[in-house]
Design a protein around this ligand. Structure first.
Ligand code: 5AD
Ligand code: SF4
Length: 473
């Protein structure tokens, strides 16, 4: 397979060493006289952003920062943003604006805003003009040089904006500060080439870039050795993994090679584009030792007319065929999806098609969204005559249908014994522990916190729309 022609920029080991040297220099300065600087990293959006925040924290930790949740205590606040819907952007801007209060009390506080939202030129401009509280702005392509950007901000006493347009970079060797010790994110690729007409992601995260399989495998090996029990492989579209690499490797091959690692761990991945989800992938999942029988397969709409206008490259029938194939290989498959309601030009008839697809597939859980126009995307220019009220009414019906199905599916677990990974505390009596089934469903149970990080058999005794309740066996 010939690699696609675009400029994949590899950040060299030398460049990352330089950033680490900047961290070390900052550390000497910031911790002088025994002071302990504090940082707060606030993350919005998807798991890819969570993974990016682990890199930001990794750099900050190397600079000598400890972490706090208190914005009045933080010397540096980093807001890692999302651009996928307007609602997220409004919340972020409101929260960033409110930082004038903390900065008034702590004038040396540095406020940095990074991530997808600020990679959009109009948003970077908005922050430049209307949010003087922000000292540093950098996009996803500049994350690898966060240390030097923070150093400039601290030393030059001027605002720094690093949001240059880019097809995207691949940077290995950035230190990571992982959240938690049971579950881990593992990015296998970055960016997206699909250009669904509603979506901002390809514009802000660049073209698809796969990490080298040896790098991914080595990181997975380290995670297993360090005791992580649940590894989620991340990419905007994991099914196109490897297409841009020289070596002939695809996602199913990668999954198989990680599955060959010894140890007690569970392997998941997201997100899959239905067009590229293959029989080979389902086969690799079904015949693996570690891979959860769980698939997040966003359908977006049940209407062929809308799927075409969304540029999704599959029909309702093709999607249903893939679902049938996956379920044939894995009868216990837990299937989830994303759906957009009120795409421009969607009619009541199109919406009924979506409802009927949902009733036919019977997802275990669904993530539903009302369409939000994104600046610069093709859909934002399409006529959109349906009122917000009508879209909301469709949305409510969809949610009701989805919740009804989740209740029934959860109810069917009652009386059964399932294997779960106990992954944390709920903070609520009497079901103080939280856990996930192999398929990723949430379970609340009673037990001692020492069980966190262990696999256990649990008898399911109750359920609702969102969770299962169980007793240790
Ligand atoms: N409006 C509403 N929902 C969107 N999504 C992506 N872009 C938009 C948009 N412009 C949804 C899709 C995607 C999920 C991550 O967010 O359903 O799968
Ligand atoms: Fe993640 Fe997309 Fe939001 Fe960026 S815009 S944080 S890629 S969901």
């Amino acid at each position: 397979m010939t690699p696609m022609s675009y400029s994949r920029t590899e950040i060299t080991a030398e460049q990352i060493r330089h950033e680490q040297a900047v961290c070390d220099a900052l550390r000497r300065r910031l911790t002088e006289g025994g002071t302990h600087p504090l940082a707060l990293v606030d993350t919005y959006g998807c798991q890819q952003n969570e993974a990016d925040s682990e890199k930001i924290r990794g750099y900050l930790e190397r600079m000598g920062y400890g972490f706090t949740e208190d914005e009045y205590a933080a010397d540096v606040i980093v807001v890692n943003t999302c651009a996928v819907r307007e609602h997220a952007e409004m919340r972020i801007l409101g929260n960033v604006g409110a930082l004038v209060h903390t900065k008034a009390k702590k004038p040396h506080q540095v406020v940095a805003v990074c991530g997808c939202m600020v990679q959009q030129p109009h948003m970077a401009e908005k922050i430049r003009r209307s949010y003087p509280v922000v000292d540093l702005v950098f996009g996803p392509h500049d994350l690898w040089r966060f240390p030097e950007l923070l150093q400039q901000t601290l030393e030059q006493h001027r605002r720094i904006f690093a949001v240059s347009p880019s097809d995207g970079v691949v940077a290995e060797g950035i230190p990571l500060h992982r959240q938690g010790s049971v579950k881990a994110w593992l990015s296998i690729m970055y960016g997206c080439n699909n250009y669904c007409t509603y979506c901002i992601v390809p514009y802000v995260r660049g073209r698809e870039r796969s990490r080298h399989p040896n790098q991914v495998l080595e990181e997975a090996r380290q995670l297993v050795l360090s005791g992580y029990k649940d590894i989620t492989l991340l990419g905007q579209n994991v099914n196109s993994y490897g297409r841009d690499l020289e070596e002939p490797v695809d996602f199913a091959d990668l999954l198989r090679s990680i599955d060959a690692l010894d140890g007690e761990f569970r392997l998941r991945f997201m997100t899959s584009h239905p067009r590229d989800a293959t029989e080979k992938l389902f086969d690799a999942m079904a015949n693996s030792r570690h891979c959860a029988h769980q698939l997040h397969l966003p359908v977006q709409s049940g209407s062929n007319r809308i799927l075409q206008r969304m540029n999704r490259h599959y029909t309702r029938e093709e999607y249903l065929e893939k679902v049938a194939l996956a379920r044939e290989q894995m009868p216990d498959l837990v299937l989830t999806t994303d759906i957009i309601v009120g795409f421009p030009g969607e009619t009541a008839e199109d919406f009924e098609q979506t409802l009927s697809l949902v009733r036919e597939v019977r997802y275990d859980a669904m993530f539903t969204f009302i369409y939000s126009p994104r600046v610069g995307t093709p859909a934002a220019k399409m006529p959109d005559p349906i009122s917000r009220e009508e879209k909301q009414a469709w949305f409510d019906r969809l949610l009701e249908t989805a919740n009804g199905i989740s209740v029934e599916k959860h109810h069917a677990y009652e009386g059964k014994t399932v294997r779960v990974l106990i992954d944390g505390k709920t903070g609520r009596e009497p079901y103080t522990l939280s856990a996930r089934t192999d398929g990723g469903r949430l379970v609340h149970l009673r037990g001692d916190a020492s069980l966190i990080g262990t696999f256990q058999n649990v008898k399911i005794t109750g359920s609702n729309t969102w969770a299962l309740y169980g007793e240790l066996q």
